[in-house]
Ligand binder design. Structure first.
Ligand SMILES: [Zn+2]
Length: 168
């Protein structure tokens, strides 16, 4: 039996991989699509960032009916942050059906439901950041304006600021 040759072993660290940025993104997508059992999704990466929100470091364009997702990554996402961002976006896909159902349900509740949608969106980001931190061990960096401290309560700098407030 011939096994496909991979750029590095499943247990290798990413630092040992000498991959260029696009190859590293593709390898991360393949790895985490498999690990998260998202093989029913067609997941692609595009370097075309024309539609990428300037305050976003990553964006996933999702076509639910075709089960297709297209990832866009800001050029400032390099090195270990590639893996962290890919895990974050893959977690969004794992939670996709839950997100759609819960937001549709909240929307039916009228004005109060809109507030629920905001809370749900924040909680989804918090879950994605927590999973990304746990799976990659890559430190959280608030380098996007849309990323709020409440999305990463585990982050050292957030905990520092909390402990500083408590000591005053
Ligand atoms: Zn997110």
């Amino acid at each position: 039996m011939v096994l496909p040759i991979r750029p590095c072993g499943w247990t290798s660290t990413w630092k040992r991989c000498r991959l260029d940025r696009t190859a590293r993104i593709a390898f991360a997508l393949e790895t985490y699509q498999r690990r998260f059992r998202l093989l029913d999704w067609d997941i692609r990466f595009t370097p075309d960032n024309a539609n990428l929100d300037k305050d976003c470091t990553a964006q996933l364009d999702i076509e639910d009916i075709r089960r297709r997702a297209t990832l866009r990554l800001s050029e400032q996402v390099v090195g270990d942050q590639i893996e962290r961002h890919v895990v974050h976006e893959m977690t969004h896909l794992v939670l996709r059906d839950f997100q759609v159902l819960s937001m549709q349900t909240a929307a039916k509740a009228g004005a109060g439901g809109l507030a629920v949608i905001d809370v749900l969106a924040d909680q989804l980001e918090r879950i994605c950041e927590t999973v990304a931190e746990a799976m990659t061990h890559v430190p959280w960096e608030p380098f996007s304006k849309k990323i709020k401290a409440c999305h990463a309560p585990f982050a050292r700098d957030v905990n520092h600021s909390i402990s500083e407030k408590e000591s005053k």
